[in-house]
Design a binder for this molecule. Sequence first.
Ligand code: 5AD
Ligand code: SF4
Length: 480
Amino acid sequence: MSKDTKKTAVISSEELQRQEQFSQKVSSAVSARYSSKPLACVITYGCQQNVADSEKIKGMLELMGYDFTSDRLEAQLIIFNTCAVREHAEDRVFGNVGSLKSYKREHPDTIIALCGCMMQQKHIADKIKKSYPFVDLVFGTHVIHQLPELLYRAMTGRRRVFEIPDMDGAIAEGIPVKRDNDAKAWLPIMYGCNNFCTYCIVPYVRGRERSREKADIIKEFKELVNQGYKEITLLGQNVNSYGKDLTPNVSFASLLRELNDIDGDFRIRFMTSHPKDCTFELIEVMAQCEKVAQHLHLPFQSGSDRVLKAMNRHYTRGQYLKLINYAKELMGDELSITSDIIVGFPGETYEDFKETLSLVEEVKATSLFTFIYSPRKGTPAAEMPDPISAEEKSKWFKELTDLQEQISASQMALHKGKVFKCYVYGKGKLGDNYVAARNDGNLIIEFEGDESLIGTFQKVKVIEPLTFVMRGEMLKEKEI
Ligand code: 5AD
Ligand code: SF4
């Protein structure tokens, strides 16, 4: 696979029309085959990008005449949208697909399909081909928009369908989306990754960075606001390098500013940021834009400069801290920081790991996403000597999570008396008359209030931080 940056390409309208024709063909085939609407079960693993892809898959399936179920055993079509980022996620997919073997024998008309990052790896697709003969359809990350054609082939042809082109996918605009939530929406602004962190499979399975045109993003964003979505999360593997491949260039900070200026009552979130591309300007824009959540998900992965270099991360612990300290300076108590950390990268020593612990103490994140290193075939780190045992890594991991638990609890305690802008999303659990809301940092605050508040933003004062939730009190005047 080449590391060259390519020009962003868009799927042609002719190709999209061709897919629409296949969509109608599937729709006819489906109504001839089933007496009532057939059910599809889409099972999603991994990150928000996969969740967003599954929402497109469901959007296309709905147009083809499918309804949805979460029970795979009542579905006529089962799709696993897979994740390749760690071995554990892959094992779960193999286990769950494997358990359908005898079911498929008894229900030969049920279509079983696999897609997503795992399928984009040749050794996995080969294994499915050879050892999972009851899987009917396998497609890669670059051809999701071709689902109508692929499904039609799987339904009507005699042969199993494998469509996994090894290329950087073009962007398909205008694919229907069936969103899982009425208030929260995922909005991909770019696809792929150019960074080649040495442990990571993503650049190999999602291709090079491709940014959507700014006008397309703004159009979709406005539609979401008009439809009443209150939390819109901009997605990309590295949103800070959004727009570098567009002509003319567009910076992520300027995109945020433009979205913030759109009329309406909503909150903008974004993920994931890469410290090497996160600019001081972006932090200033976050601080200045009232609709942008004061939440920075900025993975540092390790606190050791030696390990960061081996990971090919292109920043030092000192540079990371400069960004965090600037963000804290501008946003103060309002700011919530979250991060990803890998424990037990090949060659990491306990001394290196202690640097990670000390960085965790300095950063004081709201919460952390912590992972034990998992070797990924084809990545440089998988070839590096890795002498530390799994048991030892598990001990380090526990030390890290124990430390963060204490920090999260003390951070929660600091919130007593603070006022947060919160989105009220549903009924509370602390009592019958409580509603539940989330602040910028995604922390849950419950307070006494009428159910009519659900779907609105309110200012809430924290009265009592509990373990996983805070009890609060709504301020009278609505200031948002
Ligand atoms: N092993 C463990 N964790 C990984 N991540 C990515 N690749 C690996 C791997 N091989 C983690 C990183 C990344 C998050 C999404 O997953 O922390 O930020
Ligand atoms: Fe993987 Fe690094 Fe790209 Fe994130 S920035 S997707 S960790 S290669």
